[in-house]
Design a binder for this molecule. Structure first.
Ligand SMILES: O=C(O)c1cc(C(=O)O)c2c(n1)C(=O)C(=O)c1cc(C(=O)O)[nH]c1-2
Length: 255
């Protein structure tokens, strides 16, 4: 049983062509991707205090930590050995291999620089409950769905490079407590995300043939937009307005 956000399949509807399906995916992003969330506008526009940026980075760590687990779950759904070999690169990008320490380490360089204690960040103890629920829902969604749908849920990355570029320039311009070196995570994603998403999009367009499959793909992307949106709603409510910090969550210290 998975969430349904898109209209249920209509029995006699004709399947979309690949270009129509691609346009429908882009339309979901244009309406629902988290670049539209007020919290991101504050973050990129230099309107947050350092403690609010700390809260964002600390919560976002939960997402970073879950991505390779999610990608292992995707691989567990894939029967095709060649597909698993390709997908494995995503896990290595985040967990690291050999000299490359990986994306999670690059994220921790950012949280270190923001003055957060590493053990505290990694423990996720200070993260908002809603962050952890949303992130875990993503891992579960992938686990509970067929490979095609699991793969589709990463398609929010179609829209990520733009937000990463905005974030690098916006945060460097507006915050004196952010420096170029600590934005390495996002610089690396500028190359990795387009490579990953080109592959995933091609796979989805080639394999989502029936109305039911296409609806499931659109549903997966909608679900994933909600995973991202819900995390920013929680950050906004706790650290912007009305400032309702749940018990046990990170409490900003000014100064
Ligand atoms: O900063 C962002 O807004 C953002 C968004 C997303 C996304 O759209 O899911 C990802 C990332 N960053 C990211 O850095 C990343 O590694 C990533 C992996 C995935 C995925 O679903 O597999 N999404 C994202």
């Amino acid at each position: 049983m998975t969430f349904q956000f898109v209209r249920p399949p209509v029995a006699d509807a004709a399947p979309m062509s690949p270009s129509e399906l691609e346009a429908a995916l882009h339309a979901i992003g244009a309406e629902r991707y988290h670049n539209l969330h007020p919290f991101h506008k504050l973050l990129h526009g230099g309107k947050l205090s350092k403690p609010q940026v700390q809260a964002w980075a600390l919560n976002r760590y939960c997402y970073q930590a879950a991505i390779p687990r999610k990608d292992h779950a995707v691989m567990a759904r894939l029967e095709d050995r060649e597909l698993r070999r390709i997908w494995l690169q995503r896990v290595l990008d985040h967990d690291g291999r050999d000299a490359d320490q990986g994306g999670i380490e690059r994220w921790l360089i950012l949280t270190d620089h923001l003055g957060l204690d590493r053990e505290y960040v990694i423990s996720q103890q200070g993260a908002l409950p809603a962050t952890r629920f949303a992130v875990e829902a993503y891992v579960r969604f992938v686990w509970d769905n067929p490979g095609l749908v699991a793969i589709s849920s990463c398609l929010t990355e179609l829209f990520a490079p733009k937000i990463h570029a905005e974030r690098i320039s916006g945060m460097l311009e507006h915050y004196d407590f952010v420096e170029d070196r600590v934005m390495a995570y996002f610089r690396k994603r500028l190359d990795q995300a387009p490579r990953d998403v080109d592959f995933a999009l091609r796979y989805v367009l080639d394999n989502a043939k029936t109305v039911e499959q296409q609806n499931a793909v659109l549903n997966a992307l909608t679900f994933k937009c909600n995973v991202l949106w819900a995390q920013l709603d929680a950050l906004y409510a706790a650290y912007v307005a009305p400032g309702m910090i749940p018990p046990g969550a990170f409490v900003p210290q000014e100064g």
